[in-house]
Design a protein around this ligand. Structure first.
Ligand code: FES
Length: 74
């Protein structure tokens, strides 16, 4: 679904950008150009950003953590 009609940006494009490290509105604006023209897309863009950040953090919590190497048994 299109979020930003002026720039042709979809929810998928926003989610991809968030997973690649864009975690603020200004990052999405710089990478994708959302909100640069009429600005009507700002609220929906923020919703997609916030939802994706939550999903991203939930996924990262399920990933296996590397073993702690700070304690060595010699
Ligand atoms: S809809 Fe995004 S700038 Fe117009």
């Amino acid at each position: 679904m299109y979020v930003c009609v002026c720039k042709g940006i979809t929810e998928t494009k926003i989610r991809e950008a968030v997973y690649q490290g864009a975690d603020r509105m200004r990052d999405l604006k710089a990478r994708l150009g959302v909100t640069e023209q009429c600005g009507i897309c700002a609220c929906h863009t923020k919703q997609v950003l916030d939802q994706t950040l939550v999903q991203k953090s939930q996924i990262q919590n399920f990933l296996p953590q590397p073993p702690c190497m700070c304690e060595t048994t010699a």
